[in-house]
Write a protein that binds this ligand. Structure first.
Ligand SMILES: *[C@@H]1O[C@H](CO)[C@@H](O)[C@H](O)[C@H]1NC(C)=O
Ligand SMILES: *[C@@H]1O[C@H](CO)[C@@H](O)[C@H](O)[C@H]1NC(C)=O
Ligand SMILES: *[C@@H]1O[C@H](CO)[C@@H](O)[C@H](O)[C@H]1NC(C)=O
Ligand SMILES: *[C@@H]1O[C@H](CO)[C@@H](O)[C@H](O)[C@H]1NC(C)=O
Length: 288
């Protein structure tokens, strides 16, 4: 008896398991596909790509600053980070850092030529704009938003949502900038009518670099728009904005008519390491 019966039992077991697998397969797959389709349908809406341009330079707190910033950026959708080192060659620190990040990035480098430089980031932002023009020229979708980001500021995710609303140039308040609590455009009846700032008020646009973003397509229309060393310190923002706006009214006020702060002009304190030379065992193999 047993041999035939046992064989039969095994066959039943095998058929049972096969049916189970088939059931699981058909049960799961269509639901999974449906879910995918519905989420796609429900959340599909056009999100302009944000091209963020960030100059960076070698210093003790560089990796700490880049880590903090990149982990904010990892939460931003449709985002392209253009990071430009002020150096003759790309450094392994930044190269490896970017490779290990999950970000969409372009890594560039250019050394600031002038020894006694006044403004930082002029050459770096300009080669980023060259890259952007080349990239948009070859891309079918030329839409997007350009934002100039420092590597040590503090950015709320809300500032990225705001800048995707711009038509040409958008602006918003910047906390802890210009020697006051908040440097901000003044808005009257939904239009920028002036600026609440104290430092260098003669600037055509007394706005911090973190306080505006520009429609990327416009950089193709204005091929000469770039930064220059031929202006006083603090005039870089006005220099780039003059290509896209002729007066305050051309700026689109965001962040609830410039009543909300979503970005802060923070500075990282220079690390103080007076005991480093007293170390008995070298730590030079550890990247900080
Ligand atoms: C990466 O950047 C491109 C533009 O260069 C953009 O179209 C794409 O959506 C970005 N991807 C992500 C995951 O942000
Ligand atoms: C865009 O592409 C065209 C054709 O390839 C080229 O002639 C033009 O110089 C490019 N413009 C820019 C800004 O790269
Ligand atoms: C930017 O300007 C172009 C051309 O004027 C327009 O098609 C586009 O919708 C604007 N906005 C963005 C985010 O690119
Ligand atoms: C900005 O102010 C204008 C004019 O008072 C108003 O119509 C508009 O709704 C305001 N926008 C926001 C986002 O609060």
């Amino acid at each position: 008896m047993s041999f035939v019966n046992m064989k039969r039992q095994y066959i039943y077991l095998a058929i049972g398991m096969f049916l189970l697998v088939v059931m699981l397969f058909f049960n799961n797959k269509p639901t999974y596909q449906c879910q995918l389709l519905t989420t796609e349908d429900a959340t599909y809406e056009y999100l302009p790509t944000i091209y963020a341009i960030t100059p960076t330079y070698t210093r003790l707190a560089q990796k700490a600053d880049l880590t903090r910033l990149s982990q904010t950026l990892m939460l931003v959708k449709n985002f392209h980070w253009i990071i430009i080192e002020d150096s003759e060659k790309k450094t392994p620190l930044v190269e490896n850092f970017l490779k290990e990040s999950t970000l969409n990035y372009t890594h560039l480098n250019v050394k600031t030529a002038i020894k006694k430089m006044k403004a930082r980031g002029v050459e770096q932002r300009n080669i980023a704009l060259d890259w952007l023009r080349g990239h948009l020229n070859q891309t079918e979708d030329k839409r997007g938003v350009v934002y100039f980001m420092d590597d040590d500021n503090t950015y709320s995710l809300k500032v990225f949502d705001e800048m995707r609303k711009i038509n040409k140039v958008g602006t918003w308040p910047v906390g802890l900038a210009g020697g006051i609590r908040v440097e901000t455009p003044v808005v009257t009846d939904g239009k920028v009518s002036g600026y609440n700032s104290v430092w260098e008020t003669r600037r055509p646009f007394p706005i911090d670099m973190a306080g505006f973003a520009i429609n990327a397509t416009l950089f193709l229309e204005k091929p000469n728009a770039m930064f220059t060393r031929n202006v006083k310190i603090g005039y870089q923002e006005s220099e780039i904005l003059k290509y896209f706006a002729s007066s305050a009214e051309d700026l689109e006020p965001l962040a609830d008519n410039c009543t909300k702060v979503y970005v802060w002009h923070t500075r990282t304190q220079k690390p103080f390491t007076p005991h480093q030379k007293k170390l008995k065992i070298s730590d030079s193999h550890i990247e900080v």
